[in-house]
Design a protein around this ligand. Structure first.
Ligand code: NCD
Length: 307
């Protein structure tokens, strides 16, 4: 179903494909945890091109590649590649496409993923394109919701933080719509979800409420998805200073939220979740990060037809 395909955004997926990805991920998780040496992608080479900082996404992709028995070539920072000499993205991709079987790329420019995919014959996976999309994060987010809640769909989810520049919420909100999850969007006024995204989600049947009342939203939410203010995307740092620390989730706030609320965060966090929340049993953000390996194993195996 996904062999030879690119992964660019979350609007591209059907429920059937999402089920396949999550079931494949669950199967890889079982195999890895049983200690099996997995060789599905033996003989293949994957390019991991990160032109923007990353800890979890790059390392979990590279762990996934290693666990599948494939090999990886890496650009871990833009300064070390010919991008710093002025090479175009198109030329870099055409070159790397001749070396490998799959390309994974993160790039600071929104829309760069589409350009790269258009110039690659091999499957291309978007690992974050500026303030655009981050589909593999959203896949591990829904995989985490399914595991934490035992089900996915018909839930109430509050998104809080930087909804303007936060690509993870841009991606995940499409899946929430597909699964019939109601959404609260909470952010400083200057960082609201782009209106073209809310309009598109609503045209797909989304139930969305934009509010500044965090307490009220959390009192009815099954899940809260917290995000970092994306400092690196602000043209004017004075604007960042105005909004930083706007919403902070601490233990007192969680104590007043709906019982059993699950807390997700794509990480890294700065100060938007206090560490006094970490030992709350619904604080799932580190489990969420671990799930990234299995989702990325599933995607790599599916797009190369090596499941
Ligand atoms: C996110 C990203 O890069 O968009 N991190 C991640 O991939 N886990 C979120 C962020 O940087 O705030």
């Amino acid at each position: 179903m996904l062999k030879g395909k690119d992964v660019l955004n979350t609007a591209q997926f059907s429920l059937q494909e999402l089920n396949l990805i999550m079931n494949t991920a669950a199967n890889f998780e079982k195999r890895v945890k049983s200690g099996e040496i997995i060789r599905n992608m033996e003989g293949q080479v994957v390019a991991s091109l990160f032109f923007e900082p990353s800890t979890r996404t790059r390392l979990s992709f590279e762990t996934a590649i290693n666990r599948l028995g494939a090999r990886v070539i890496t650009v871990a920072n833009a300064a070390s590649s010919s991008a710093s000499k002025g090479e175009t993205l198109t030329d870099t991709i055409r070159t790397v496409d001749g070396y490998v079987d799959v390309i994974v790329m993160r790039h600071p420019m929104k829309g760069s993923a589409q350009i790269a995919a258009d110039n690659a014959k091999h499957p291309f996976i978007n690992a974050g394109d500026g303030s655009g999309q981050h589909p593999t994060q959203a896949l591990l987010d829904i995989f985490t919701i399914r595991k934490e809640k035992g089900a996915l769909g018909g839930q109430i989810v509050t998104f809080v933080g930087d909804l303007k520049y936060g690509r993870t919420v841009h991606s995940l909100s499409y899946f929430m719509t597909l699964y019939g999850n109601k959404m609260f969007f909470i952010s400083p006024k200057s960082l609201r979800m782009p209106s073209e995204i809310t309009a598109d989600l609503r045209s797909r049947g989304a139930e969305i409420e934009e509010t500044e009342d965090l307490k009220k939203a959390l009192s009815v939410s099954d899940i809260v998805y917290v995000t970092r203010i994306q400092k690196e995307r602000f043209k004017d740092l004075a604007e960042y200073e105005k909004v930083k620390g706007s919403y902070i989730i601490n233990r007192a706030i969680i104590n007043q939220a709906k019982k059993g609320i699950t807390i997700l965060h794509p990480l890294p966090r700065v100060d938007e979740i206090s560490t006094d929340v970490d030992n709350y049993e619904g604080a799932a953000y580190f489990r969420q990060a671990h799930n990234g390996v299995y989702i990325r194993m599933a995607l790599l195996a599916l797009v190369t037809g090596r499941t």
